[in-house]
Design a protein around this ligand. Structure first.
Ligand SMILES: [Zn+2]
Length: 444
């Protein structure tokens, strides 16, 4: 009975998704709006230094670089993302419930135990099977949110085949990494009883640092080609910025992300000897040298201010809080429904969908806190970047370019709830404050 109600709901979900896809498809054909600002640095007259310069009017002048249609499109894309976060949660919880009530999870777990009686072998096999099933059940929403919607808003020109290939690569890597960390977490569950979540938190931190260490060398190149940036003014400017700010690397690379997205991006990634500076081809092709210096100044800020260490530590603590709540909730849920669903106890991997669904709900509620942590580090890197690059115009311009995917001027509450980076308005304003405070004295 319960199963049929869920299949009915799932069917309705799928129908809604198909309808949304058709609507989105029609919108692709009907929307020729150019969303990117033209290449090159623009400096509005009101942002020029002089006796009439004010931070407010300079900031407004930057926001005026976008047409009303471009503003609307930016707001619509980002605000739609608020709802997508909710649909994404409901969809994945629904998928986990389907796997539980249909007995699929139980059967996958039994199958993995037939392969080996050792939990060190059967647990990772089950986890890979579970994540594959979850990937397939979540695929309709992924196609809508990450493929069709990105095309609808001009944020991607990738073919469906190319997109699907990337999804399969990411899903495979995620499944393998998740199999490793969850196998260790299940060992902790078996050995440490009700304190398992403390061990799981520590393991999560080690895992996050490990992924950060190997990502530049082993993970990111699976999706994109990373090549040394040829000698020239951009490379010289980036190396000079790195030397001046004690970023100990001379590896500057570019990668071909324009095949996936029209967004600009860069990062200073890796730890220890995997550290390298990378920027995507959109940043190189669509922006100006002052913008590149400003963006790289920000990215170097993350490195120099040790965000690569601090952020995983704080996020692990947040995950730890969520795991603590999960440990209480999961035991109660298993006591109430475990018998009916054929699940024994918290160490039974077949109960993983229940744990994942509960954890997703708890972590969803903690999203504003997660955003607060990430946003405050981003603000720090913003300030560092402005001081390091001394490019307020470049920073303001690149902040305006991010309007293709981030609403420029949210309300305070909206920013607190949904923004993991400062808004474009805040960034342009910070750049104009920096400009005002660093204007050359009159007569020089
Ligand atoms: Zn950043």
């Amino acid at each position: 009975m319960t199963a049929s109600i869920f299949s009915c709901r799932l069917l309705r979900f799928l129908l809604t998704a198909v309808l949304s896809l058709c609507v989105a498809h029609a919108a692709i054909a009907a929307q020729p709006l150019v969303r990117d600002l033209p290449p090159g640095l623009q400096i509005p007259a009101a942002a020029q230094p002089g006796p009439n310069f004010t931070v407010d009017s300079a900031t407004e002048a930057y926001l005026g670089l976008l047409s009303p249609e471009q503003h609307q499109s930016s707001d619509r894309y980002f605000e739609g993302g608020y709802w997508l976060q909710l649909w994404d949660l409901l969809w994945s919880v629904g998928a986990c419930v389907v796997l539980l009530v249909t007995g699929v999870s139980r059967r996958m777990c039994d199958l993995s135990r037939r392969v080996s009686r050792s939990p060190w072998v059967s647990t990772p096999i089950y986890i890979v099977l579970f994540l594959t099933a979850l990937f397939l059940l979540e695929l309709p929403l992924s196609i809508f949110a990450d493929f069709l919607r990105e095309h609808q808003y001009g944020l991607s020109e990738q073919s469906f085949g190319g997109w699907m290939r990337d999804q399969l690569i990411s899903a495979t890597v995620n499944a393998l990494l998740a199999a490793v960390i969850l196998t260790f977490i299940y060992a902790a569950v078996r050995r440490t009883g009700t304190r398992w979540w403390v061990w799981a938190t520590g393991l999560t931190l080690v895992f996050l640092m490990f992924v950060q260490l190997i990502a530049p060398v082993y993970l990111l190149p699976l999706l994109n080609d990373y090549k040394p940036l040829p000698d020239g003014p951009v490379k010289q400017a980036v190396l000079s910025l790195a030397r001046a700010n004690q970023v100990p690397t001379d590896r500057v690379e570019w990668f071909d992300e324009s095949k996936q997205t029209t967004r600009i991006s860069a990062n200073v990634g890796g730890l220890l000897n995997t550290t390298r500076i990378a920027m995507n081809d959109n940043l190189l092709n669509k922006t100006s040298l002052p913008e590149i210096r400003a963006v790289l100044g920000h990215e170097m800020g993350h490195y120099v201010l040790n965000h690569l260490w601090k952020e995983p530590i704080l996020l692990s603590l947040l995950i730890g809080a969520a795991l603590g709540l999960l440990s209480v909730g999961l035991d109660r849920a298993l006591a109430s429904w475990g018998g009916r669903l054929g699940l024994s106890d918290r160490a039974d991997p077949a109960a993983l969908p229940l744990a994942v669904a509960s954890f997703s709900v708890i972590f969803f509620l903690l999203t504003p806190l997660q955003n607060l942590i990430v946003r405050s580090y981003e603000s720090e890197a913003d300030a560092f970047g402005l001081n390091a690059s001394r490019e307020p115009y470049g920073w303001a311009m690149s902040a305006m370019r991010l309007s293709t995917y981030r609403k420029l001027h949210p309300g305070k509450f909206e920013e607190f709830m949904f923004y993991d980076h400062p808004s474009g308005y805040e960034r342009v304003r910070a750049a104009m404050i920096w400009l005002k405070e660093n204007q050359p004295p009159a007569g020089k």
